[in-house]
Design a protein around this ligand. Sequence first.
Ligand SMILES: C[S@@+](CC[C@H](N)C(=O)[O-])C[C@H]1O[C@@H](n2cnc3c(N)ncnc32)[C@H](O)[C@@H]1O
Length: 367
Amino acid sequence: MKFVLSTIAWVESIAKKEIERQWWVIEEVVDRLITFSGWIELMPRVNLWSRVGNKLYLLLAEKEKVMDFDSLFDLISTINWKKYFKKDYPIIVNTSSTRSELFSARTIQSIWKKAIVKSLVWENKIAKEDENLEKMEILILIIDNKVRILLNTSGNALHMRWYRTQAWEAPIKESLAAALVLLSDWRFKESFYDPFCGSGTIAIEALMIAKNIAPWIKRAFAYEKLWLIDWETAEIERKMARTKTYDGEYRIYASDIDPEMVELAKENAARAWIAGQINFEVKDFKEYIWKEISWTLVSNPPYWERLKDENLKSMYNSIDKIFRTNSNLWWWVISSFMEFDNLIKADDYKKRKLYNGWEKCYFWKRK
Ligand SMILES: C[S@@+](CC[C@H](N)C(=O)[O-])C[C@H]1O[C@@H](n2cnc3c(N)ncnc32)[C@H](O)[C@@H]1O
């Protein structure tokens, strides 16, 4: 079987490692998509374990050089749709076309509907609007005239972990937070700091990585409602994931100047089943300026909120000062505050481009 895992931009290399760790063969890595092949067990496994993935798709059909709608119709008609869908589930079709002849989303969708109605006897159920039923997603992805027809096995995107329920101003995507911890090369026996912890995402993801807790152990997936895998096989994967957690003790320090945020971070940690295992504190990051701290720090300081430019500048100057006074600290900061480049000695840092949603940011590291 062939699968395609979508990821956030610029973390494809981490997603690739996640899949290789499960011993499967990568076929292609292109812009935010990892294609790989393996047995059906991989479907629950990757859904349960991927920290940086977005959605895991099953590849139903693919074809190069599709230049007209007749060829698209023929490709869709080759799929035995009844093999996948239970009778009552409504289907939603999304399309994405890049650098290709076929690009009109509306025409692609009407072609799809014609082709699938031909092959499904319960055609009147297609796209039925029933608020109680989660829709099964098909993605018709066309890149450089190559068409891939993909079935979403995850359901809701994997970056939204269950522990974060409350929306607030500037959270970082959970999958991006996990990617930052992995990119920082934090060694779990050493201390880990996040002095701008907000809702606690980076610290929580760090502890889940250290303890080897599968990020998705607690949620339902779309594949459970399709005819793709038997319940026992999927349950074995879930049970196996539960046995893989380590019981170590870790030194993770997360603080924020806002007491409400610290309370929220504690609640989020409790929902992630790790209550009391992260040292949360209300603290101004400036308290670290003359304090010796060592090992790894990964943080997401404010970059726009309610602070005037001047204040941001002075905040980032202080951050740089903390970096300079702590030679045993591996600092990593993610921010969209591009001015940081003008405040620091560029030679002291290296940086990596990333995206938090659609927002471009950099992950700066003091060398
Ligand atoms: C971009 S948010 C961090 C978001 C966090 N990564 C998350 O996912 O929730 C920046 C945080 O810095 C905090 N902050 C602002 N000034 C601070 C200061 N002087 N010391 C410590 N924290 C501060 C804000 O309260 C806010 O929660």
